[in-house]
Structures are given as C-alpha cells and as structure tokens.
Design a protein around this ligand. Structure first.
Ligand code: FES
Length: 451
C-alpha cells in the first residue's frame, strides 16, 4: 500500500489547486469555483480530524503557503489567480518578503495550509480501517467486473469476489475506458536536500513557472531536509530522466547553498482534460463501479475528496460534489485527442534464442544499466541491460492500447506515454491501466548471464 504516487508525493495540503480558481470561474462558473473552494476546506478539515481522532503520528503541521512571480508576465497571472481565489472565497494577501529568498516581483501569502508525511498518514488510516473490520489484499489485480444481479462479480488474479460496489482507487482505472482519453500522464521530480547554512524555510512555496517549482521542509529523525520539486513533463517525453534531476538541482542551487542531495525520486500524476478530477460512476460500466482520477498535482486533497464523495454516493446516494467531479460531465477534450495515434503492431513470430540475443546485444550496443527500444527483423523490442550485464528483452508495445514504451532510467521501468501504464524490467505491470504484463522474450535466458 502506498507504492507509487502516494509514496512519492511531497504532500502539500492546500486549499488552492494546479487549476487556479480564475480558470475554474472561466470554464465552470463562479458557483462551481465556490463549491470547489468549499471542497478544499472540507478536505483539509477531514485530514485534520482524522489525524486527531485516530491519533495518527504523521508529522501533520499547519503552514502558510507562498506563491511568487519571477517576472512581469508571471505577475499578471498571479494577479488574476489571486482575484479568482478571492471571488471563490480563498484568502490570499500580498506580503513584502519572499520567505524563500528567491528574487521575485510579487509574493502572496495563503494562510491555513498544511503538510504531513503521506505514508505515515495512510498507514494510520489503514490501521483504523482494519480495526473497523476492513480487509486488505495485496498483490491482487482486478481483471474484470460484471453485473451479477444487483451486485458485481469481480474477477481478480487471485480468485473471484462478489460485491455491491467497486471503486477503482488506482490512479487511472485499469482496462480500456473513456478515462484514458480524458487524462494525460505526467511525471514530476523531487529531491530532499541538505543545506549548508542550515537556513530551512519552514513554509510551503511555489513559483509561477510552467512547470512550477514547489518547496517545503521536512524533519526526519531530527534531521531537517529541504524538499524541492518540478521539471514536470508528459510521461515518456523525456529520454533521459537524469537530466531532469540535474536541471532541478542546477535551478535550486542558484538560490540555495546545497550541501548534498540526500534523496531523489520521481512520481506520476494525471492531468484531467478540463482541469478538475473525475470522481464518481465510471462511464461505460455498471452503475456501481466508480473511479477517482485526474488529480493533477493535488492528489492528497482530491484523494480525500474522492473518499468523501464516493462514500456519500454509495451510503446516501448523494454528495455535494457529485456534479462538480462527475466523470460523465461533458467538457472539451480536444487537447488530448492526439493521445492515441500508435498502430496496433504486436510481435508475432519473433523467436529470441541465444543467437538472436547476441545479435541484438551487438545491434543495441547497450551500456550496463541502459534501456532502449530497438528495431529488429520488423519488430520493435524493449531491451534493458542490467548492472550485471544480463539483457532483458520485452515486447515494446504497451498491452493496453499498444503505444510504444519509453525507458525510464531513474525508476528502471518501461513507461507508456499514452495513458501512463508502467512495466518492470521483467514485464510485470507496475501501474494501470494495463492489466496484462509484457511478453518476456528473453525468459529462456533468465538464469544465464548473456555476456
Ligand atoms: Fe494506454 Fe499504454 S497505457 S496504450
């Protein structure tokens, strides 16, 4: 539990979002923007309540957040963002100084935000869930859900379940459904830094760049860390993720005296087509199958709101946020219409014997710990040579809708640029929507070093 983005988030708890209130007013109207602001306050309160009611030690701390513009253009955007936020009922006010010391043209303080340790929080909730009679089954993938009377028959990789309702709380729902055309996968990069001068700014911060940088601190075992993030890009668009970390470090070192990078990691999130998440019945499925996805960079708040919205829909048949987050809402999705343009081109007859592996090794000219997609004999193969020199060869087409995979060096995974499925080096599914692993073409050689 917590594998993936929950474990990778930097867990800023905000009442404002990547989709700013001025945009929400523009696209959805003022009433909906006010409802979104209510929802944000609601989520912050639910988290505060859970932490105190269940005594969860998760380093939950109230914080102010600071948004700052680096030039005149950004300042105009910031002004519009502040105006929209105020109309929606979110307090923001200009202050004289940027607590991060980064030179800027304007700084705005947003009080009433918070931060916590996401996995400690989730672990606390899981403990309570199990105390209350809940059951967790890990390592078990849902492959199909069909109607069975009033309920559902749910097939999984570990047997069949029968239930009244099914919620895909899996980031993007697995299988093939309309959510894959309304959400685009992105990656973001984060680092925990030690600063030489010990001056850790104990607030939350964001610039107005596209993609923006985000900042916070966190204390672990008495050691303070400065956690920075940014360099976001569409999944699969960047060949060398190391460069994203380098750019992030280089950018931050302009303003902070970095002693060392203690940790670094990247995570995936989904950008919804119209800026708001999709939480509710999953279109094209029985009415008791639900999804919760498209959180942008605000997963802690929208994840909390998904819990409230879906439990309301199931237990009471209603929720104040039912319309706002409805996955069936009709909004423009043109931006993502180009998402699936790859042909179905699966490997048919390739036999990878040891002779072929040798030829492929020569052809690919792979360094140790390098992965790439290689054309061979009319087929495209995903090849990775591990640090011991063993070559892993997989189909290069995602099993979801057959887009070509891209090597993610930092996470050692094959990532799909279309809807964000991820596969391990031996072809196992790491992240939905794919539910089927990649064919491992070098499986026969698994026990033998290949060079
Ligand atoms: Fe849809 Fe790969 S995730 S084609």
């Amino acid at each position: 539990m917590g594998f993936g983005t929950t474990g990778g988030t930097t867990a800023h708890l905000n009442n404002f979002f990547d989709t700013s209130y001025d945009k929400v007013i523009n696209d959805f109207g003022l009433d909906k923007a006010r409802l979104l602001a209510d929802a944000a306050r609601d989520a912050l309160e639910i988290i505060r309540h859970n932490v105190s009611a269940y005594d969860i030690e998760c380093d939950h701390e109230p914080r102010s957040a600071y948004l700052f513009s680096l030039d005149d253009e950004q300042e105009k955007e910031l002004d519009s963002l502040v105006e929209g936020s105020r109309k929606a009922g979110i307090e923001m006010h200009e202050v004289a100084e940027n607590p991060f010391g980064i030179p800027c043209t304007k700084v705005v303080e947003i009080p009433g935000q918070a931060q916590f340790h996401p996995l400690k929080y989730v672990k606390g909730l899981l403990t309570e869930f199990i105390h209350s009679g809940g059951m967790i089954i890990e390592g078990c993938r849902v492959t199909e859900a069909v109607k069975e009377g009033e309920g559902l028959k749910i097939s999984t990789t570990r047997g069949t379940l029968h239930g009244k309702h099914l919620i895909y709380a899996t980031h993007i729902p697995p299988g093939r459904n309309i959510m894959h055309f309304r959400n685009a996968p992105y990656r973001s990069y984060a680092m925990a830094l030690k600063l030489r001068n010990g001056a850790y700014p104990r607030t939350l911060g964001y610039d107005m760049l596209e993609a923006y940088h985000y900042y916070r601190t966190h204390e672990v075992d008495g050691e303070e860390y400065f956690i920075v993030g940014g360099e976001d890009h569409k999944t699969g668009d960047v060949e060398n993720s190391d460069e994203c970390f380098q750019r992030l470090e280089e950018y931050v070192s302009r303003y902070f005296d970095i002693e060392r990078v203690a940790y670094k990691w990247s995570s995936q999130y989904y950008e919804p087509a119209d800026g708001l998440p999709y939480i509710g019945p999953l279109p094209g499925n029985p009415s008791n199958v639900y999804c919760a996805t498209g959180y942008s960079g605000n997963g802690m708040i929208f994840g909390t709101l998904a819990a409230k919205t879906l439990s309301g829909l199931i237990a009471d048949g209603d929720s104040p946020y039912k319309e706002l987050f409805s996955p069936s809402r009709v909004k423009p999705v043109a931006a993502f219409s180009q998402m699936v343009k790859e042909n179905v081109d699966v490997i048919k007859h390739l036999v990878v014997d040891s002779f072929t592996v040798e030829k492929l090794n020569a052809l690919a000219d792979l360094e140790r710990d390098e992965g790439k997609v290689v054309s061979y004999d009319g087929n495209q193969l995903a090849m990775y040579k591990d640090v011991h020199g063993k070559t892993h060869i997989l189909e290069s087409k995602c099993t979801h809708l057959y887009c070509t995979l891209v090597w993610n060096h930092e996470e050692k995974s094959w990532d799909c640029p279309c809807h964000g499925s991820r596969f391990g080096i031996d072809g196992d599914v790491l992240t939905a929507p794919a539910v089927k692993g990649l064919k491992n073409l070098a499986a026969k050689q698994e026990d033998e070093p290949l060079d």
